[in-house]
Structure formats: structure tokens, C-alpha cells
Design a protein around this ligand. Structure first.
Ligand code: FMN
Length: 344
């Protein structure tokens, strides 16, 4: 069904097509019949969720359609990135399809309605499943660290976890928070703020795929020291695009989808060793099938997320991945998806 309408959808500018998808989800006109599998049921924090497949940040930037996304079968949803104040983001066009590469490039730049309105949206429409909120600083802020704290204060009691996004390539120098000193200061401040406001929300940190392998130990140990619960690996890539086919490869922005899959898996494998099960990994990058999901779990991810896969495969993607994963587990003789984690 989706394959037939995909060519029609792809006639629209990608951001326009996304706006139409959000509209369709708001009006609940996306017909998907969800099938759950016993072997995919997992625990996430204290909650049992139907499967470990989440929708990545950036799809529901303004916390408008998370309950419709649960109805598509997603086991958890991460909304955002939300900044303290509303912001327009970069000039359009700012999202590009690379069809032959099954990829996207975006330079949206944290376009969102801001933390007050996002918070109102969530309070008016309480989540029916497990919700994460991804936060970041405004482009023109005087104090980036303080922006994370403002969002934490505003949003901490509305979600199961809060993601500290330090890895968008579209906010200048945001990735400098990967520097050990800056990262440590940021996470310390987050933990102190949590104590001040008496919040028990769990913290995830979302990292870039373009890190040097020689830096991973130091970064990993700072995350461990600051009692981070989840690390999301990874955001989009600003690495080289020489091997891509589509002409849009020259557009500035973050690359997502198939071309970053291997990069993200390698990073997951390395961090899995460093974390030694003390921090759980949420694996993201190029997931669009049971096999690609399987590769994330055996690399060391406890949960996975996707975005670009849904653009190319449509709203039935969770059903498709679940059914293919179920087949893989049966043929491997595994009873539950958790048996796969880090088994590469
Ligand atoms: C159009 C678009 C917008 C995105 N916006 C955000 C965002 O606001 N915050 C964030 O942390 N990640 C954002 N991402 C990154 C995704 O969450 C994900 O980490 C990345 O796309 C890799 O996964 P994928 O290959 O399944 O798309 C965005 C990705 C896309 C394609």
C-alpha cells in the first residue's frame, strides 16, 4: 500500500511531506493494525513496553502526535528537540532526500515551538506509552548550559526520560559538549539541578557518530561517573559523503539513514564494552528491517530507534521490523530479544 503512494508523497518537498504526515497522524487517519510478539516485550525503566523499537527525536519535534505514534506500534517515543524558547530554525529548503542512498540530509536547526508550548501539549494529552523528551539550547542563547537546565526544569515531570542532545550538527559548536571538561560540567550541572528540583527523571545523552575512537574511553567514563542511564548512539553524521550517489550529497547538514548504519554500529560495539552493562544503549542509525535491527542488538543496543527508515518504508515499519525480528529469533532459538544484546 505505502509503496504505491510513496512516489506521490516524494513529489512533495520533504519538509512539506513531513508536515502532511504530522497532520495525518493528528487526525488519526493512518490505518495500521499492530501485531505484538511475546518475544519482543521488554522492560524500559520500570515499565513493560510491547517492543524495543522507538521513534527517534526529530519526527515529533513539538510533542503533537506521540499518542498516534504509539498506535502505529512504536514501543516508545522520543519527542523534541525542544529548546527553552520557540525558534524558526534555518532557512528553507532544509531537508533533502537521497533516494538512491536511502538517506536524508537535514539542516533544520532545532525548529520547534519552545518548552512552554510543548509542556502544554503534553499536559493536555497525557502519553499512553513510554515517552522521552529530547532537549537542547536555543541558537542565540547566551548560556547553552543554562538552556538545558531551563528545559529540564520545565519538562522533567512530563516524561519517563530526558535526553540531553549534544550532537546535532546544525547548531554551531553544539558538539563541543563532547569535550571531556565541557561534558563533565554539563552532566554535573544536570545532576545538581535534578537534586534542587527534587526530580527523579532518568537522563539519556545523545552522541554524535563522528567521534574519534581514541576519545571513546574518556567520554564513556564521564558518562559513567555522572550516572547517566542511557546513551543514544547516534545522531546524524557530518562526516564524508564521497561514496554517496545522489546529487544532494553536497547539501550541508546531518546525514541519516543507511549510509550511517555501519558507523553507528561500530560505535555501539565500542561503548558496549566500555559501559559493561552499567549504561544501556539506545541504538539509532539506518534501522529499516529486522536484520538491521538485529545488527544493532547484537552490537550492544538494548533498545533501538529509527527515523529515516519510516520515510522510506512508511507507517507500517514497526510491524515489518517486529515480524522479521520474530522470524530471526525463532530461527536462532531465542526466546526474547534481550538474549541478543551484545552477542556479536
Ligand atoms: C529530518 C530529521 C530531523 C531530526 N531532528 C532531530 C532532532 O531534533 N533532535 C535529535 O536529537 N535528532 C534529530 N534527528 C536525528 C534522528 O533522531 C536520528 O538520530 C538520526 O536520523 C539517525 O537515525 P535514522 O538513520 O533512523 O534516521 C533528526 C533526523 C532527521 C532525518
Amino acid at each position: 500500500m505505502f509503496e504505491k503512494i510513496r512516489s506521490l508523497i516524494f513529489k512533495f518537498d520533504p519538509e512539506k511531506a513531513h508536515d502532511l504526515a504530522i497532520h495525518a497522524l493528528k487526525t488519526n487517519i493512518v490505518p495500521v493494525k499492530v501485531k505484538n510478539y511475546e518475544c519482543l516485550k521488554v522492560k524500559f525503566l520500570e515499565k513493560e513496553i510491547p517492543n524495543p523499537i522507538g521513534i527517534a527525536a526529530g519526527f515529533d519535534k513539538n510533542a503533537e502526535v506521540y499518542n498516534s505514534l504509539f498506535k502505529l506500534g512504536f514501543g516508545f517515543v522520543e519527542v523534541g528537540t525542544i529548546t527553552p524558547e520557540p525558534q524558526y530554525g534555518n532557512l528553507k529548503p532544509r531537508v533533502f532526500r537521497l533516494e538512491e542512498d536511502e538517506a536524508l540530509i537535514n539542516r533544520l536547526g532545532f525548529n520547534n515551538i519552545g518548552s512552554d508550548k510543548a509542556s502544554e501539549n503534553i499536559q493536555k494529552n497525557l502519553p499512553t506509552g513510554l515517552l522521552g523528551i529530547n532537549i537542547g539550547p536555543n541558537k542565540d542563547t547566551k548560556n547553552r548550559l543554562d538552556d538545558y537546565l531551563k528545559c529540564l526544569r520545565r519538562l522533567n515531570n512530563l516524561s519517563d526520560y530526558i535526553t540531553i542532545n549534544i550532537s546535532s550538527p546544525n547548531t554551531e559548536n553544539l558538539r563541543s559538549f563532547h569535550n571531556p571538561k565541557e561534558l563533565d560540567e554539563l552532566l554535573k550541572a544536570i545532576n545538581e539541578e535534578k537534586i534542587k528540583i527534587n526530580s527523579s527523571v532518568q537522563i539519556a545523552v545523545k552522541i554524535a557518530p563522528d567521534l574519534k575512537f581514541s576519545d571513546l574511553d574518556v567520554i564513556g567514563n564521564i558518562l559513567l561517573k555522572n550516572h547517566i542511564k542511557f546513551v543514544i548512539i547516534s545522531n546524524t553524521s557530518d562526516g564524508t559523503r564521497d561514496n554517496l550517489k545522489n546529487i544532494n550529497k553536497f547539501e550541508k547538514g546531518g546525514l541519516s539513514g543507511k549510509p550511517i548504519e555501519e558507523k553507528s554500529n561500530l560505535l555501539i560495539k565500542e561503548f558496549y564494552k566500555i559501559f559493561n552493562n552499567k549504561i544501556k544503549i539506545i541504538g539509532v542509525g539506518g534501522v529499516d528491517s529486522g536484520k538491521s535491527a538485529y545488527d544493532k542488538f547484537i552490537s550492544g543496543a538494548s533498545y533501538i530507534q529509527l527515523y529515516t527508515g519510516m520515510v522510506y518504508q512508511g507507517p507500517n515499519i514497526v510491524n515489518k521490523i517486529s515480524s522479521e525480528l520474530n522470524d530471526i529469533l525463532i530461527s536462532n532459538g531465542n526466546k526474547n530479544i534481550q538474549e541478543l544484546i551484545g552477542s556479536v
